[in-house]
Design a protein around this ligand. Structure first.
Ligand SMILES: [Mn+2]
Length: 306
């Protein structure tokens, strides 16, 4: 159970970290799916602070670094988000960040790290995703920064993105968990092993069941920490239930596995902040993916069947 009943919503309407367009509309889609009012029905006080300003892709004229596209713009947005997340925690509100592509997690986790390192506490990270998001500009084939935020949270990557956080790594790899992965680049496999990130693939979920996976994940991410950040990429869900995501990969978590994961994470009482990323209305059908994402958020914040 979460004791804190104050949530602050922060939107990050960016698709600069991705090559497929449309996730910049994610925050609108989540609001249209009534994320704020539905959290209020659960008994939370919800403040929506609107969106972080993000430049429109077409307005950016300078040549891009092929290994880290839109890096200056993403770094600037990440700094803005870090400050908002930090401020939110300072004022006693749980930050709920709506994306936008997953590069936003750099700023989100940097803000959380700043707050908790001031309290002399560590944080854990639970990262639910079809992908590893643990590329660096050196290992990435696309140069899309949405494939790199976990690497930067764990202290490897481009110096300008690492510099966003006062503390690097932002969290220990030994207190970080990946869940739902099924599409990794060769360099990411090496990095996951070298850093020692606990990774639960879809095969692990099939074999162990979601309950055992989440119980283990909570153990890892709460060991010696104040709690964990949940970075939820909606593409961790199967495309049959979540077609409207930036990078769909078949073989993902089912509707009920998703809910169970969120229900168990809530029951831990250790959720410190949350990102909801990669909802892509362009690829969605009647906003069903945004609606699903809101359902998952509600379970993470304690909605129960009975
Ligand atoms: Mn992701």
């Amino acid at each position: 159970m979460l004791e804190n009943k104050n949530i602050r919503i922060i939107g990050v309407p960016s698709d600069l970290g991705a090559s497929r367009r449309g996730v910049d509309m994610g925050p609108s889609a989540l609001r249209i799916a009534n994320i704020g009012p539905r959290l209020r029905q659960l008994g939370y006080k919800v403040e929506d602070t609107g969106n972080i300003p993000i430049p429109v892709r077409e307005s950016i004229s300078q040549a891009q670094d092929a290994h880290a596209k839109y890096l200056p713009e993403i770094a600037a947005a990440s700094k803005g988000l870090k400050d908002k997340v930090y401020q939110s925690l300072k004022e006693g509100h749980i930050p709920l960040v709506l994306g936008g592509d997953h590069s936003l997690a750099i700023g989100s986790i940097a803000g959380l790290t700043k707050f908790y390192s001031e309290q002399k506490e560590k944080i854990g990270i639970i990262w639910m995703d079809a992908h590893g998001d643990i590329n660096t500009p050196e290992t990435s084939a696309s140069g899309n920064i949405h494939g790199m935020p976990l690497a930067h949270s764990l202290g490897i990557g481009h110096k300008d993105l690492l510099a966003i956080s006062d503390k690097s790594p932002m969290a220990d790899a030994s207190r970080t968990v990946l869940i739902g992965i099924r599409d990794l680049d060769p360099g990411e496999r090496t990095t996951i092993r070298e850093l020692g990130v606990r990774a639960f693939t879809m095969r692990d979920i099939d074999e162990m069941g979601m309950r055992a996976v989440i119980q283990e994940a909570i153990k890892v991410a709460t060991n010696g920490t104040a709690g964990f950040h949940l970075s939820f990429d909606v593409d961790c869900m199967d495309p049959t239930v979540a077609p409207g995501v930036g990078t769909p990969v078949r073989g993902g978590t089912t509707y009920r596995e998703g809910h169970l994961a969120m229900e168990l994470l809530h029951d831990s009482g250790k959720l410190l902040s949350m990102d909801v990323t990669e909802v892509n209305p362009v690829l969605d059908v009647s906003n069903q993916t945004a609606d699903l994402a809101v359902e998952m958020v509600l379970s993470a914040f304690g909605k129960r069947i009975l």
